[in-house]
Write a protein of this length. Structure first.
Length: 118
């Protein structure tokens, strides 16, 4: 597993990538600063211009702090916990998502993803 940092609104969150091919492809893009759009009051998303290797599965329950790939080109960061019938490729999750919803806010937000130091 690779540890990364996710920074939003001046707050830094530590996340662990799961080592999948999709997570490795995301890690290869780091450092990355993107504008993420709001959706459904529970997630932020960003469409890449290229694709990542997807391996979508029914995840059932999404937890706050989960980082997933929707389709093969949409990075999704969830800030609420809920059940879903959608399929995603899991990439990893934030270790402690306390304050994540507040940092991401209710509109689009600039988010930086980078390899963790140390």
């Amino acid at each position: 597993m690779q540890t990364i940092e996710i920074i939003a609104s001046g707050q830094t969150f530590t996340a662990a990538l799961n080592g999948s091919k999709a997570a490795q492809a995301l890690a290869a893009k780091l450092p990355l600063t993107i504008t993420m759009q709001e959706l459904h009051g529970n997630e932020k998303y960003h469409y890449f211009s290229d694709t990542l290797p997807a391996d979508a599965q029914r995840v059932g329950t999404i937890r706050a702090g989960d980082l997933m790939l929707y389709g093969s080109d949409c990075l999704v960061l969830f800030y609420q916990t809920f059940s879903t019938a959608h399929t995603y490729t899991p990439l990893g999750s934030i270790t402690d998502p306390s304050g994540l919803a507040e940092a991401l806010g209710s509109d689009r937000v600039q988010v930086t993803f980078r390899a963790a130091e140390g």
